[in-house]
Design a protein around this ligand. Sequence first.
Ligand code: 9MR
Ligand code: ZN
Length: 577
Amino acid sequence: MFTLRLLSVALTLCAVAVAQTPAPAPAPAAAPQPAAAPRQPELPPLPAGAAIRVNTVGFLPEAVKRATIASEAAGFRVLDAATGAVMLEGPVSPPARTAPTDTDETVRIADFSALQTPGRYVLEVPGAGRSAPFAVGTAVWNEPYYLATRAMYLWRCGVEVKGEWQGHTFHHGPCHLGDGLLDAVGGPAGATKNGVGGWHDAGDYNKYVVNAGVSVGLMFKAWEHFRDRIERISLDLPESGRGMPDLLAELKFEYDWLFTMQAEDGSVYHKLTAQFFAYWGAPDKDPSPRFFTPWGTTATADFVAMMALGARHFREFDPAYADRCLAAARRSWTFLLAHPEQHDADLTGFHTGGYQARDLVHRLWAAAELWETTGEAEFLQEFERRVQTTTFSLSGPGWGDVGDLALGTYLTASRAEPRNAALVRHLTGSLLDQAGRVVENCRVNPHGRPFGATKGDFFWGCNGAAAAQTYLLLLADRLSPVPDPSYRQTAQEALAHLFGRNYHGRSYVTGLGANPPQHLHDRRGDPAWPGYLVGGPHPDARYYVDDWRDASRNEIAINWNAALIYALAAFVEAPAK
Ligand code: 9MR
Ligand code: ZN
C-alpha cells in the first residue's frame, strides 16, 4: 500500500509534467533574479557510521530504551553523566544483520529499559566508547515539543519573527509584503491582491495550500488527541496569554492567510509562489515577484477540510472566526460539487514545488471534516459513498495522501451512531492491521525505525514519514479494543530513531540532542534555525550529510515538522495547573 500510494503520487507528478506545454512565463519579472539556486549532490559521500547509536534527547521512565552498537561488543554500562557512577550493566544482544536497503551492517542491541530513575546518563560500551548524554524523566519531550511547534512561528511570513536558542538570535523583518500578483490568474498585469501571511513552506519561501493541508491536519489531530497534555504549554508567541491556546493561535496565523487563497467562486489557488527557486538569502530581502497560481481540485478540497477543522476548533475561543471558517468551507464545498472531476492546477511557467496529487482522498477528507463539524447527513453520505476502497496507508498522512486523516476523523467521530457499522469495523481492522505492521517493522529493525527493510523505504522526506507513522500507532492506541502498550512504545522508538538511534548517531532535529544538523537547505542560512526536522537519508539509511546544498535530504518542511509535533504531543507532560 505504502509503495502503491507513493507510486501514484509519482505518476501524478509525471503526468502533470507531460501534460504541460511550454508557455510564456506568467508575468515579466519585475526584479532581477539573484544568486542561482544551489545544486544538489546526487549521492553524497558515504560517511562512517557511529559506533553507539542512541536517542540523545531522552526517555520517559517507563519507555523501552535501546541503543544500537555497530562494533564488536559484549556488554554495556549506563553511567550517571555527572558522577560516572555505574547505574546499570548488561550484555548486548547477539549480532544481527541490518537489511541491505537499510544500513547493511552487523550490529548489536543494548537494552537498558530497566533504567527508570530520572537523571542524566551516558551509555558506555567497552570497545565502542561513550554515547552523548541523554535524560530519563517525565518531561523529556516538553522542550522538543516547544521547539518543534515554535518552529512554525519562526516560519511566519509577512511579519517580523524573533527567537533565541543556545546563545543565538534568529530574526528577520516583515517579508513578502507584496504577496501576491494576479497575472497568472487572469488579473491585469501587475495587479495584486492581499495574500500576505501564513507560513513559508520549507527552506523555500513559497506557500502551498496542499502542503498546508496535511500540516494543519496533523496539528489539529495533535489537538484532538492530546489536548490535555498540550493545552497549557506556552510557545511564547506574540498572541500568548490572550485566551486562545498557543497551538491554535499558531494555526490561526496560517488561517488568516488561507482565507486569501480562496477565489470569489469558491475555487482555491494552488499556491502563492515565485516562478523559480532561484533566490537564496533572508526572506525580508527577497525581491522575487510572487504570484497566485491557478486553482486545482486538490487544493480546494484541502481548503474545505482545513476550514471545517478551523470552524470546529476555533469556535470555543473565537466564534465569529469559526463562522467565517465554516462559511468559507461551505462555499468551496459547493464549488467542488460543481466540479466533480480531477482538475490539476495549471502551473505552467512555475518551477517551484508541485504538490500535485489525485484529489480523491482529499475530497474524502473534506467530507469527513465537514460532517464531524456540522453533523449534516449530506457530508456523511458523501464520505461513505467516496470511501470505496480507501484503507489506511502504512506511511501515515502525507501531503499527497490525506486518506489517513479522513479515515481517522470518521473513526473517532463524536456522532458514532449514524455511521455504517460494517464500514467502521472494516476501517478499524485496516487501521489495526497497518499499525500492527508498523509495530512489527520497528521490532525487527535494529535501529527501531518503523520501516526500513524494503527497497524504497528511504526517500525524500522519509524522516517526516517516520514521524507521521506515529499517527497510525497513536490512533490504534485509542481505538484498539484490547489495550496494547506496544503502540505507544513503538511511537517512542520512532522518536528515539529521529533523535539519534540511527546510522549517524545524530539528532535529525536542529537545536536538539547530539550533533544536530547545522547546515540546512534553508534560505535563512546558518546557524541553523532551531526545532526543524530534516528530510532524512536516502536511497538508504546511510546517505545523509549535513550540507545546505542537499535539498532532498537536508531541507526542512512544514509537513514534516507537523508530523513531529503530532508525535511529540503524545508524550509531553502537561504543565501543572
Ligand atoms: O516533500 C516533497 C517530496 O515528497 C517530493 O518528492 C519533493 C519533490 O517534488 O518535494 C518535496 O517538497 C518540497 C516542495 O516541493 C517545495 N518546498 C520544499 C519541499 C521539501 O523539500
Ligand atoms: Zn515571507
